[in-house]
Design a protein around this ligand. Structure first.
Ligand code: GDP
Ligand code: GDP
Length: 438
């Protein structure tokens, strides 16, 4: 299963989280993707590290501080639940603080791999001087690091690498299980829709106990697939916070995106599409997830034909950057559109996992280039030698070229469209990277 681990950076302000984040995101990968990123987010990035993809979140930046100091503690709790791997950053120059010890206590109880990283240790001398106090954390290993200068970075990364192997991280699910994440702002109707689905279809629903994650997941089976429905609204029902205090959690959303096959992003028909909605969609897009946009609460517009058309137009316009994503009108309240969800997900799933023979791909590439030659690059003809499929879920291809960095985004988009049409992949993201002949 192709899931993307979520690595969270937690720690007090000023320990060096964003410095480490920058060090990790600066590195250029050998695969070139000329498309401009949609979210320019300084706190979240998708990273390819020696062939392993992971999502990196700097929790210090993504969610607002409540000014009461409860922030880091709360971040640690969410990270423990949602992240797959945690980097707990400490400040070597400040030493261990009572707050650090409290966070360490929270983290110790989690089953997740936690790396206590003592930052601002710029060289070996400083390591001897500054590291010992941190043994008080009572952990097996403390990692010295200079996020700024790179000391200790290679060791830390080589310890991370084996954990990025996704096979090891996931609970056993029946084969052919489709994992569907319900995403969206609070109150768009995620939980209501899940309830409507499980009620309406009278499918086999089984209660699953176990991990915290499982507690809010619903399993069911329908047709040839088993489904795992991932509800990201779960936090509210467990916590002490009641209705109004409920906050949107980026970390929770990213965690769910990382472990789903299909992301269903819900919108509220009564409110229209907001910036937060498109942000959620772009997170799913960046992680290469299959995607559906559901305009929920369609019942609210039942008699307003004009508003319906207007809203559809607004939504189409706002989600143009994921033109492959079907847009469905649904209502958790009256059941509208729910029957269509499963056939639609089935189609998406088949496309998401399809594999294509190299010979067919190369014919497609040759035809595409013959139809529309790439522009000259510094007077030189851009050449594409061959293509192969790298992966499924999403379908991902590499095109080997004499000048991968010279391929323009618009030509990449042209090739993506040719592949889409030629391979019948109209409902899922298609990724093409360029690489030099090795
Ligand atoms: P954040 O609030 O946890 O994201 O911390 P920042 O990354 O913004 O870093 C806080 C301060 O620590 C900045 O002034 C950085 O330049 C400094 N800093 C970060 N990493 C290192 C390091 O490895 N060595 C030293 N000496 N300073 C660092
Ligand atoms: P969540 O926070 O995204 O899980 O949202 P909930 O499922 O808790 O729903 C939030 C509110 O919207 C509740 O009051 C629901 O009754 C209401 N709601 C959910 N779906 C619909 C719908 O399709 N139509 C209407 N009119 N209200 C809905």
């Amino acid at each position: 299963m192709n899931t993307i681990p979520l690595v969270a950076l937690i720690g007090r302000p000023n320990v060096g989280k964003s410095t480490l984040f920058n060090r990790l995101t600066r590195r250029r990968d050998a695969l070139v993707d000329p498309s401009p990123g949609v979210t320019r987010d300084r706190h979240y990035a998708k990273i390819d590290w020696e062939g392993h993809a992971f999502s990196l979140v700097d929790t210090g930046g993504i969610e607002e501080d409540d000014g009461l100091g409860g922030h880091i503690r709360e971040q640690a709790l969410v990270a423990v639940e949602e992240a797959d791997i945690i980097f707990f950053l400490l400040d070597g120059r400040e030493g261990l603080t009572p707050g650090d010890l409290e966070i360490a206590g929270l983290l110790r109880r989690s089953q997740k791999p936690v790396f206590p990283v003592v930052n601002k240790i710029d060289d070996a001398d400083l390591e001897n001087e500054l590291l010992p106090p941190f043994w008080e954390l009572g952990v097996d290993k403390v990692w010295p690091l200079s996020a700024d200068h790179g000391y200790g970075f290679a060791e830390l990364m080589s310890a991370l690498l084996p954990l990025l192997n996704s096979e090891a991280r996931h609970e056993e699910l029946p084969e052919n299980t489709l994992r569907v994440a319900f995403l969206g702002r609070p109150n768009v109707g995620k939980s209501s829709l899940i309830n409507a689905i499980t009620g309406e279809s009278r499918m086999l629903v089984s209660e699953v106990a176990g991990t915290t994650r499982d507690a809010v997941d619903t399993r069911l089976s329908c047709g040839q697939y088993a489904y795992l429905l991932i509800d990201t609204a779960g936090i509210r029902r467990r916590g002490k916070t009641t209705d109004k205090l409920e906050k949107f959690s980026v970390l929770k959303t990213l965690g769910a995106i990382g472990r789903c096959d299909i992301a269903l992003v819900l919108l509220d028909a009564g409110e229209g599409i907001t910036e937060q909605d498109t942000k959620i969609i772009s997170y799913a897009q960046e992680q290469g997830r299959a995607l559906m946009v559901l305009i929920n609460k369609w019942d609210l517009l039942e008699r307003e034909r004009k508003r319906q058309l207007q809203l559809l137009e607004e939504v189409r316009e706002a989600v143009k950057f994921v033109s492959f994503a079907p847009i469905l009108k649904v209502s958790a309240k009256n059941g509208r559109g729910i029957k269509r969800l499963f056939p639609e997900m089935g189609k998406i799933q088949r496309q998401f996992h399809s594999r294509f023979p190299t010979s067919a791909l190369n014919r497609l590439l040759a035809d595409a280039v013959a139809q529309h030659e790439p522009p000259l690059h510094r007077g030189r003809r851009l050449k594409f030698y061959y293509t192969v499929q790298l992966a499924t879920a999403p379908p991902r291809f590499v095109v080997v070229s004499n000048a991968p960095r010279a391929v323009h985004f618009s030509y990449q988009r042209y090739l993506v469209n040719c592949f889409r049409d030629g391979l019948g992949l109209d409902r899922v993201p298609v990724q093409i990277f360029f690489r030099e002949r090795s």
